[in-house]
Design a protein around this ligand. Structure first.
Ligand SMILES: Cc1cc2nc3c(=O)[nH]c(=O)nc-3n(C[C@H](O)[C@H](O)[C@H](O)COP(=O)(O)OP(=O)(O)OC[C@H]3O[C@@H](n4cnc5c(N)ncnc54)[C@H](O)[C@@H]3O)c2cc1C
Length: 519
């Protein structure tokens, strides 16, 4: 017999199998020995009351019955001699598109401007050590894409659960912890993600597909509004039946290329602001209503949102127990973002606090047209550089000094490795961003004790939240609106925001191409 139950447990009880089995048996009025198996379906934290509880949903088998184990099976057949499909970009969108193409009997040729994840790890270490940006291999470019050195949060607002489950199953199959299938807010961690990416690469290569690292696409082969391949920076032509363009939102040269070739792109709203950092203990204490966090609870997170003068201001990509990282892709730019290891065990908690930027907010629209948002993003990143003026050093201010328009005489300790310099952010942030951030940070201080303090720091700028450009495509076929066989895909095309939704979009594009080849 099988029953699905929901049960509230103390954190310690929820983390020990014997302890929660005992509580489940009590709830079901059974003996522990009657229970043959418990399958945890979901765990989430209820921190609304003083005593934090874990909500668990589980399938319970009893009276001798056991679940039938169905091993997930993905058919990664050999595609070495099959029809080639070009996939530009080896981020989540490109890699999952490649896996889905293989499943459908097509041969992906993945072209990636950055290095393999092993080399990329060294490049990222050098960026932190030498404080110099490597423009082709960094926190955004290289195998695994922008999410490789991240917190690896795996949430999505997508309603397409089937595809999200496919992504989670694939990640688990390639080395992610089983708990990503049950946690309400799963995450993988920057120390685990690189090996998972290596394992996905092995699956793709073992199937006879191709991956070309350090190969930048610098042109498209288009005739009569139909794409038949791409040209690399070295001048090599790579030909394929279709092209999935999954280059992410940091590939500004791709947008410039499309614009110069009169391939239709559109501007879209996005968000920019700063990254805020606190001691994790401050967030734990506020969110769990305690002096010190119960050892069985994970480092606490938060999600904050408000409206200031008809624009949303919200927390973005919160990284409990994490580190702030330099995520620019060019010299003379400062871009900050966040990552956490799987244990989320650093002493810091960080998140982006960003202001919604609408198309009417873009300056110099007449000059830059559809690229005005992108140019605004770039302008802010350069301003941040100018105001620190020392490699990857970031301009920073304490939260309370920023809120009170005061210069920060000293700055608290930060996880940002390249270092910070005190800067009055209101002096150079456009006021429609700065003033809204000021109001919002003050309001967030009323929601989370210790949020607005001299021990909290903000670093500029958090500019790469989502793409300022959309590459329009047909809703049904997912092909570019004007260029046949071109599939704009993932975050860079404006159809995803985050690892899971980018992966899902990659799968969708691959499925559409697969259907065409079947017919
Ligand atoms: C530091 C950091 C932390 C993050 N944390 C999280 C998180 O915890 N959870 C989450 O869901 N999301 C997170 N994100 C966002 C997430 O990484 C992106 O949403 C996701 O990676 C987008 O996937 P994508 O495949 O569309 O694009 P990308 O991941 O950006 O991949 C695009 C790839 O294309 C390559 N490329 C670009 N131009 C070319 C070219 N001309 N030729 C060949 N290749 C090219 C790039 O090198 C890159 O590898 C984080 C991002 C960063 C930077």
């Amino acid at each position: 017999m099988k029953k699905e139950i929901n049960i509230k447990l103390l954190p310690q009880t929820a983390s020990i199998k014997e302890a929660y089995t005992k509580e489940i048996a009590k709830k079901l009025k059974m003996k522990i020995s009657d229970i043959s198996e418990i399958e945890v379906l979901k765990r989430s934290i209820d921190a609304r009351k003083k005593n934090v509880q874990i909500m668990m949903r589980a399938n319970v088998w009893y009276d001798g019955e056991k679940p039938q184990k169905i091993e997930e099976e993905f058919k990664f057949q050999n595609v070495a001699n099959k029809e080639p499909v070009i996939v530009v970009g080896a981020g989540p969108a490109g890699l999952f598109a490649a896996l889905k193409l293989i499943e459908q009997g097509l041969k992906p040729i993945v072209i990636e401007r950055g290095s393999s994840v092993e080399t990329r790890k060294k490049d990222v270490a050098l960026i932190n050590r030498n404080k110099l940006m490597n423009t082709e291999s960094n926190y955004c470019f290289g195998e695994g894409g922008a999410g490789t050195f991240s917190d690896g949060k795996l949430f999505t607002r997508s309603k397409k659960r089937g595809n999200a489950n496919f992504v989670l199953d694939i990640l688990k199959m390639h080395g992610a912890n089983q708990n990503i299938l049950t946690e309400a807010h799963p995450h993988i961690g920057s120390n685990m993600l690189p090996q998972i990416i290596v394992n996905i690469r092995k699956t793709i290569l073992q199937a006879g597909a191709e991956i070309h690292f350090n190969t930048k696409v610098s042109n498209f082969i288009i005739k009569n509004n139909e794409i038949s391949g791409v040209v690399t920076k070295n001048g090599d032509k790579i030909i394929g039946k279709s092209v999935i363009l999954a280059t992410g939102h940091s590939a500004r040269d791709i947008y410039e290329l499309m614009h110069s070739k009169k391939i239709r792109i559109e501007s879209k709203p996005f968000a920019m602001g700063v990254r805020v950092e606190h001691q994790q203990a401050v967030i734990d204490s506020a969110q769990y209503n305690c002096k010190t966090r119960n050892e069985y609870l994970p480092p606490a997170n938060y999600s904050l949102v408000t409206q200031v003068k008809s624009r949303g201001v919200y927390s973005f990509c919160m990284c409990p127990g994490g580190t702030i990282v330099p995520a620019a892709t060019n010299q003379n730019q400062i871009v900050v973002n966040g990552m956490s290891p799987s244990k989320r065990n650093s002493e810091f908690a960080n998140s982006g606090i960003v202001v919604e930027i609408r198309k009417q907010d873009f300056p110099r629209k007449e000059k830059f047209g559809v690229l005005a948002g992108l140019k605004f993003q770039e302008y802010l990143e350069k301003l941040a550089f100018k105001n620190a003026n020392n490699g990857l050093t970031a301009p920073a201010q304490t939260v309370s000094d920023f809120v009170n328009n005061k210069h920060s005489q000293s700055l608290p300790k930060t996880s940002y490795n390249p270092g910070v310099v005190s800067s009055d952010l209101h002096q150079w942030l456009p006021s429609h961003i700065g003033k809204r951030l000021q109001t919002a940070l003050s309001m967030f201080g009323n929601k989370i004790k210790g949020f607005n303090s001299n021990q909290a720091i903000i670093l500029g700028v958090e500019s790469r939240t989502s793409s300022p450009v959309r590459i329009p495509r047909d809703k049904e076929t997912l092909e570019h609106l004007e260029v046949k066989n071109l599939y704009p895909c993932g975050e860079g095309a404006g159809y995803a925001g985050g690892i899971i939704s980018a992966a899902i979009d990659g799968i969708r594009c691959a499925e559409k191409i697969g259907m065409l080849h079947k017919n």
